[in-house]
Design a protein. Structure first.
Lengths: 263, 263, 263, 263
């Protein structure tokens, strides 16, 4: 058995997988622990653990790479690229305080390896990503609604409260706040003291976004139900003849019998 | 080839369409840019750009109008009317500070041309508009609920807090706020200090509106699912015989065979 | 034609119905107008209008009662009872300031006559009422959740903030507030300063109620979809034979043919 | 008739069941009453009632246990274990102030016996528990999202506001607050004053969690609808032949007729 075969068998090994998952969980706990105030000794221990985790991850990636039969296929998998990137960047020793932040972020993103290693989570994320393009037009419509209302808002309300309506970007943030109903009446009462009819602005905005959002949700539900239905139909399709085919067969029968009568 | 045919071909040209879309996006960016504080030079440049955009839009409408085979059909399309209106009003030079606001609004509404030019967005909006009448009775029921609660509210609570319950219009706005759960307990605790049982007023209102709203959502979902189902059935209808027709054919067969036996 | 037949024809008259609807709308407007501050003259005019409306309603009820063929059936209709009650109570002259409030409430409830007169709204309300019993057990479950959490809350938190957790009734109101996410963190942070683990109380409560609520919504959706499906199936049932019946017919054919071969 | 048979009949007796339910409701009312301030006499009366309730519950459990045909089956039922536990712990006399709290909690949990005694509520809770494992992966995904955002949040924002972002546990609580839209803009504006781009953090978090949550809801709806559909199909399955079987029968017919022609 070659090294490749050995490593291929190793990486599909259940215990090896569980070991990697537990290392990821452990690395997540280390990240969590770092957010608490701790003595110098513990911090040093964590730094050592950190390097140990990076080393284990490196080893695991190398095993998976060597275990791969078709080396060129390895980097066609988005998750393999993601894993390699995370590990490679972890290896770069960063001391500079500016870049140290990036180092910490990379260590946090290692938790995402959980998704790359558990197939069910990977599938779940895929299904989320697949659903996105179908929603593209609704998102576009919503963006247009936001943009127009933000333009109107910053045109009229900028002088009333520049913190909320200063420019179009800030106005869009304020509108998102209104959409989540977070203290939206405070925003409204403020502008109503200058423009008493500005409640129309807020009410119509809430109506349009709520309706577009509702449509989005319904669109997703209908899509999911249709896909489910399609899958069920697909599964049963091959062997089940349609009524049309049955009719065809009965007609052939009739022809046969008519012929038999004539003879 | 006549001018009309040339223009007709031009307006269905993919590049021409992309050009118009990019001009609309550019005009949206100009609108957004205006909300930021800028030097005199940039403002002048924007004013020039504004007129250029209006001119391009005018040209585009004229091309589409000349390209139209049946001139009388042109203004039967709501979107054509909308586009023409936006462009015509943009052409009127407004200097008066009062009307200048309207000029700015018109420029903002030009972003809506995005919907008139992209068929998918137009269809989306149409489907929203089609769904509205089906909801008319629920909206009417909700309005009655709001009106009665607002009348009761302004009768009892007007003296407690005239800002929130002063008259029936303000009370309806306050009730909408309660419906969005925005600081609704502050509103309630205030009236409960005078009428300790007024929580019944708020709880029943929340219950009724939530229930009516839920019904509305369900109504829309059921409608959409039914339409989908209808469409699928419609698509398959023509060629597929029903079981009844199959039965009919089998019975004809029986008659034939019985006849053949007798002979 | 007897008086009864005349009145029966009158009450199903479209114009008569529209007239009554417009009187109801007008009475709603009068109610709304009353919530604004007005001069003595206008108030007097409104008082006169009020009596006119009451008189028209009385006339209408009498017409509908005389028009009814089976007098005993009249009061079996909940809406007729409701209408009669509203009108009768409106007739009692109330001057006492205590009872005057009831008089005003009765006038407000006249707006509900809108529902009793428009069949679509009546049907809508009926469907809401029909859906209620199906939800009874979920509502019971939710009440139990609320009751237990309120009991625990008022046991532990009553001394921290008696306004929010003083007794079991106030605690349930506070929990409803937490369920609507209205400043729930303020409530939580207050108790967390005494019991640092009390976030478990809030999180588990939110989880249970959200889950029960979700279940309720799904239950309603599934019910509505099933009813729709049932109705479609019911409509098509009579003429369409099942596959089982077709099989039966084919088997009869086989028997016939076998017999014909033997002969 | 043996004692066991007598007790078995007793425990399925409708009146006995109603009696137990009313005792549970009464015990719930006693719990509620305790949260109000009362005179010494009433408190003593309640203490006596409490013991009476415990005694009745004990008697009921004993009756149900004796009435059970297969004694070993009795404790295989989770609800029987729950009931026995509640009653046994209620029997222990606790005077110590520390443990008295546990005694009060146990008395509150007696209200849960409502669920153990009413079959519909038991079924409802079972269906909730059955739905949970299907959601496990979405919950896991959501936990990962929360954990990563909490790690990032406490890394960057801990110095801005240690109360909200001090460590990873507090950060997760703050993120849950953001997810419920409870004063989330206050949290955001605070960090935006230091990191102006931190709105990306909040917006992306809201987007991811809302999307994951939406997926969860849809997953549950699809599951419930599929189960309903499955149940309907299961019910009709046995007697209804498929089109394939019909085709098979028609082909056998054809073979028969062809044979009859040849002869």
């Amino acid at each position: 058995m070659t090294l490749q075969q050995k490593f291929n068998r190793l990486r599909s090994n259940k215990i090896f997988e569980l070991f990697v998952i537990s290392i990821i969980i452990f690395s997540a706990l280390v990240i969590g622990a770092k957010t608490y105030h701790m003595s110098e000794t513990v911090l040093n221990a964590i730094a050592v653990l950190d390097w140990a985790i990076t080393f284990i991850f490196l080893t695991e990636i190398i095993i998976r790479f060597i275990g791969e039969e078709h080396k060129s296929q390895f980097f066609k998998n988005v998750w393999n690229i993601f894993d390699s990137l995370i590990v490679t960047v972890s290896l770069i020793p960063i001391e500079d305080s500016e870049l140290a932040i990036i180092g910490r972020l990379i260590r946090i993103f290692r938790v995402l390896r959980m998704i790359s290693i558990i197939p069910e989570l990977r599938m779940l994320l895929n299904s989320l990503i697949i659903a996105l393009p179908q929603l593209a037009y609704i998102v576009a419509l919503m963006f247009i609604i936001f943009y127009i209302y933000a333009a109107v808002g910053s045109t009229f309300f900028a002088e009333i409260n520049p913190v909320l309506w200063g420019d179009i970007a800030i106005s869009m943030l304020t509108l998102f706040r209104v959409m989540t109903f977070e203290d939206w009446t405070d925003v409204m009462y403020e502008t109503m003291s200058v423009y008493p009819l500005s409640w129309i602005f807020y009410m119509s905005f809430i109506f349009f976004t709520a309706f577009a959002f509702l449509n989005m949700v319904i669109g997703v539900v209908v899509n999911v139900l249709n896909e489910e239905h399609e899958r069920v139909v697909q599964k049963n399709k091959a062997p089940e003849p349609s009524n049309t085919e049955l009719q065809e067969e009965i007609r052939e029968l009739k022809a046969l019998i008519k012929k038999s009568i004539k003879t």
